[in-house]
Design a protein around this ligand. Structure first.
Ligand code: HEM
Length: 519
């Protein structure tokens, strides 16, 4: 992401320069005057000295997860930076984050009203908008109930424990065929390009009762552009903090708006069709269940929180959006790690062969017998930390943390990357070693270590799709490891350096896959 502010300034005259400098000084002095008083017994937050107007943007740079982790070594687990003219508190360290998000959860539960968030789901997103607490709570509860109902019910095939397992197993088998066919036809494939369609199909099944072909242009037109979405929605997007940047042309921002538009049109078309064919006695999917809720609520005169129909049915946008990008990113990283560590790939296949065999599709009930696969997933979450920060939080009132004063309405970044790479928690944090999660017996996972990994946030805003996310990553990966061997494409060495964003992706690459049964 470009945090280059200075090159955006063109040639200026002497009088313009003087005027700009005077403005900068006045704003700087005003900001110093407006600095809030610190209540007795509390301290002012430490942090790097900000420059006028741009604050600490240059020090934050293009990889905020690395720069803000390095700053935690200088300033401690709670410190303040300034992005543009907006103060941002950065929280690091497992215990400090637990204290803020769980023990003082109510005080850190809100979202800041950032510029880019108004384009997500037309400003009505459950995850990104700064809804009032009552409205957000009602919508979150509805979303959780809908997800639970439509993932745990039985599907059409009674051989599966639930519809989620059925969807993932069928999409997983299809993905195996797709990857081996594409390798045969074209010599290689881009893992994210194909995985994202399979994962999108699972959430589409639950939300809209439909699946898409791997070549469906309408679906592909935005699911494969989620990199740009993540670059803007990630913590530290300059236009969110430096107002004048909104008025300068930005290719990334334009693409971001374009993806949001296409996404909203795609979902709106399906929702309109659901309204047209809605039958109260045949609730087909999550969209129907949300429409049904609107109808029931109109009959309930006593309902004390008023939430518009648009905001209720709009929950489906959040579920669909959150349900494909996160899981596809995790799986795409998984495949890249398999290729980068071929000896681990072989061990995982051997474990599958010994515990499940190669004849039948792996199921959720096999999880307890696949400890190395579970450890691999934990290490993939920890090492890649592909959600380096949670979605930004915001304080709901004046509060204190570790003895420091934090005023109401302060934007707060939660540094998950730092927790997952903290040398106080992990031995040799930069090495990729799934075995670190196995107990000394080598066949059970150390649950205490597993709980230290932070990728789903925690507390009041903690991810509502965690169970679904873990289930999908496990099942898809089990099927891929059982059926395929992944290889590097000769002459195309892998680059595991993540590209910063809300979800950090590996660089797009070309890989090969061969069917194990043919070997
Ligand atoms: C591997 C997969 C996933 C990961 C790593 C993940 C991670 C996260 C994280 C870090 C947050 C922000 C927490 C915070 O702000 O403190 C979040 C929020 C959220 N996630 Fe997930 N997520 C995943 C899958 C899903 C799925 C499958 C769904 C739904 C189908 C989902 C729905 C949501 C929603 C609606 C929120 C916003 C909650 C709120 O603001 O109250 N996520 N997720």
């Amino acid at each position: 992401m470009a945090l280059m502010i200075l090159p955006l300034v063109g040639p200026v005259s002497v009088s313009e320069s003087l005027l700009a400098m005077a403005t900068v000084c006045i704003v700087y002095l005003l900001m110093r005057l407006l600095r809030s008083d610190i209540p007795e017994g509390l301290q002012r937050l430490p942090g790097p000295k900000p420059l006028p107007i741009i604050g600490n943007v240059l020090e934050v740079g293009a990889n905020p997860h690395l720069s803000l982790t390095a700053m935690s070594e200088r300033f401690g687990q709670v410190y303040q930076i300034q992005i543009g003219m907006r103060p941002v508190v950065v929280l690091n360290g497992s215990e400090t984050i637990r204290q803020a998000l769980i023990k003082q959860g109510e005080e850190f539960a809100s979202r800041p009203d950032l510029y880019s968030f108004q384009f997500i789901n037309n400003g009505k997103s459950l995850a990104f908008s700064s809804d009032q607490a009552g409205v957000w709570r009602t919508r979150r509860k509805l979303a959780m109930n809908a997800l639970r109902s439509f993932s745990t019910i039985k599907g059409s095939d009674l051989g599966y424990s639930c519809v989620l397992e059925e969807h993932v197993c069928k999409e997983g088998e299809y993905l195996v065929k797709q990857l081996s066919n594409v390798t045969e036809a074209s010599g290689s494939f881009d893992p994210f390009r194909h995985i994202v369609v399979s994962v999108a199909n699972v959430i589409c099944g639950m939300c809209f009762g439909r699946r898409y072909n791997h070549d469906d242009q309408e679906l592909l037109s935005f699911v494969n552009l989620s990199d740009e979405f993540g670059q803007v929605a990630g913590s530290g997007n300059p236009a969110d903090f430096i107002p004048f940047l909104r008025f300068l042309p930005s290719r990334t921002m334009k693409t971001f708006m374009d993806i949001n538009d296409r996404f909203n049109v795609f979902v709106q078309k399906i929702v309109t069709e659901h309204y047209r064919t809605f039958d109260k006695n045949n609730i087909r999917d999550i969209t129907d269940s949300l429409i049904d809720h609107c109808e029931d609520r109109k009959l309930d005169e006593n309902s004390n929180v008023q939430v518009s129909d648009e905001k209720i049915v709009g929950i489906v946008n959040d579920l669909f959006g959150a349900g494909f990008d996160t899981i596809s990113t995790a799986l795409s990283w998984a495949v890249v790690y398999l290729v980068a560590y071929p000896e681990i790939q072989e061990k995982l296949h051997q474990e599958m062969k010994d515990s499940v065999g190669l004849e039948r599709t792996p199921l959720l009930s096999d999880k307890a017998n696949l400890p190395l696969l579970e450890a691999f997933i934990l290490e993939l979450f920890r090492h890649s930390s592909f959600l380096p920060f949670t979605i930004p939080h915001c304080t709901t009132k004046d509060t204190a943390l570790n003895g420091y004063f934090i005023p109401k309405d302060t934007c707060v970044f939660i540094n998950q990357w730092q927790v997952n790479h903290d040398p106080a928690l992990w031995k040799d944090p930069s090495s990729f070693s799934p075995e670190r999660f196995l107990n000394a017996d080598g066949v059970t996972v150390n649950k205490m270590d597993a709980e230290k990994v932070m990728v789903f946030g925690m507390g009041k805003r903690h991810c509502i799709g965690e169970a679904i996310g873990r289930t999908e990553v496990f099942l898809f990966l089990a099927i891929l490891v059982q059926k395929l061997r992944f290889h590097e494409l000769p002459g195309h060495p892998l680059d595991l350096t993540p590209e910063y964003g809300l979800t950090m992706k590996h660089k797009r690459c070309q890989l090969r896959a061969s069917l194990r049964v043919q070997e």
